[in-house]
Write a protein that binds this ligand. Structure first.
Ligand code: NAD
Ligand code: MG
Length: 396
């Protein structure tokens, strides 16, 4: 029996993870949950899963949840809050598998604590690998912890890697759907609205990752995530536009063979793979993850256009530059995406903001998680300063 802590239980990945737990009650037990501010969903999850501990983002939210649980006569769920709360959730002695699916660097400290506590990690939170990848990978090696990717591309690469040794890998290919603006002409990019950008053609996900997919920053983060997870330099990580999202990624070996992973576009499959690893669990009859190969008529692959998707170029540059560039890339993107969703900057204001912040970023690679968080805060502040004059109409 695997005993789970789910960080980000009320989000899209959190829901899919709980759906797998629902389908395989004999294999996966929910021990603890951490979430942000969606109190209704958190309450419903307490009623359904009866976790030992749940943590919410703030003290006030935790107090409200405690009151609601008390009114329902439930007294055996410990309710915590903040970073200390999510760290507690992730490091409970009886937990042996942590699903890391809080969005953004808010999930970093709990994920790092889980690695240091020797828990196996199912990693969805790519931002923590972008910001603190070297530290997390070093800690995972030190504590002999498996980092099992849930992000579908890296999950696919992980599966294909079983076909050879790391030394036999020539390069990996991450597939990208290209998002909703794959065919939009460049002059139209500045008129893209949040509503248009929030409609992803093939995946249903949280808001930030959906916008990151529309700018292709998501793929940029995934390039950095792949470099860290598979110990490859950026030049051995390639991106190909594959609108069908059927091939989830590919590994090219030195002899010329290319292995691809094909499956449904349903995150429950990579979640199940990570939870079951190193086994493969039969899904038929429990959860419908079958892919009907007979319906497949076409697979397209093309080169991404870095003029229309500068975020992808910026991510490759940050990966090459190292230091604090990747932290700034992620932090500036988070602020810029929020500003775009609030109607404060146009769509192309996202890469413009990030590029300016990257130009202002210098410094050695961080030596600790607290240095990562300091650099993250500094980059956020710079991003806000870059955005402010755009908002008032000055400097655009
Ligand atoms: P989401 O926005 O749907 O959910 C985010 C979760 O994080 C929610 O439970 C929210 O309450 C929680 N959260 C936010 N701030 C918090 C805080 N301060 N403290 C505690 N919890 C907090 O996002 P998602 O789509 O589920 O994505 C989660 C992560 O997985 C992201 O890093 C994303 O890049 C990655 N990912 C998602 C998908 C997908 O299909 N959704 C695919 C690959 C990778
Ligand atoms: Mg992905």
């Amino acid at each position: 029996m695997k005993k789970l802590a789910i960080l980000g239980s009320t989000g899209s990945i959190g829901h899919s993870t709980l759906s797998i737990c629902e389908s395989f009650p004999d294999r996966y037990q929910v021990i603890s949950l951490a979430a942000g501010s969606n109190i209704d969903v958190a309450y419903a999850q307490c009623l359904r899963w009866r976790p030992k501990v749940i943590s919410l983002a703030t003290e006030q939210l935790a107090a409200t949840l405690k009151t609601r649980l008390k009114a329902a006569d439930i007294s055996n769920i410990e309710v915590l809050h903040g970073t200390a709360g999510s760290i507690h959730v992730a490091t409970l002695p009886e937990v042996n598998f942590v699903v890391s699916a809080i969005v953004g660097v808010a999930g970093l400290e709990a994920t790092y604590a889980a690695v240091c506590a020797g828990k196996t990690i199912g990693l969805a939170n790519k931002e923590c690998l972008v910001a603190a990848g070297e530290l997390i990978i070093a800690a995972a090696k030190k504590h002999n912890v498996a980092l099992l990717p849930i992000d579908s591309e890296h999950n696919a690469v992980h599966q294909c890697m079983r076909g050879g040794t790391p030394q036999e890998v020539k390069q990996i290919w991450l597939t990208a759907s290209g998002g909703p603006f794959r065919n939009t002409p460049l002059p139209d990019f500045d008129h893209i609205t949040p509503q248009q950008a929030l409609k992803h053609p093939t995946w249903v996900m949280g808001q930030r990752i959906t916008i990151d997919s529309a700018t292709m920053m998501n793929k940029g983060f995934e390039v950095i995530e792949a470099c860290r997870l598979f110990n490859l330099p950026p030049k051995q990580v390639r991106v190909t536009i594959h609108p069908q999202s059927t091939v989830h990624s590919l590994v090219e070996f030195v002899d010329g063979s290319i292995l691809a992973q094909i499956s449904v576009t349903d995150m429950r499959l990579p979640i199940l793979y990570a939870l079951a690893y190193p086994e493969r669990v039969p899904s038929e009859g429990k959860v419908d993850l079958t892919f009907d190969l007979t319906t497949l008529s076409q697979l397209d692959f093309s080169v991404p256009d870095l003029t229309r998707f500068p975020c992808l170029r910026l991510a490759f540059e940050a990966a090459e530059n190292g230091g604090r560039s990747c932290i700034a890339l992620n932090a500036a993107d988070e602020i810029a995406v929020a500003a775009f969703l609030e109607g404060r900057i146009p769509f192309m204001g996202i890469p413009r903001t990030i590029e300016t912040v990257l130009q202002l970023t210098a410094g050695q690679p961080p030596a600790s998680i607290s240095e990562v968080l300091d650099a993250d805060l500094a980059a956020r502040q710079q991003a806000r300063e870059v955005i402010a004059p755009q908002f008032t109409g000055v400097g655009r």
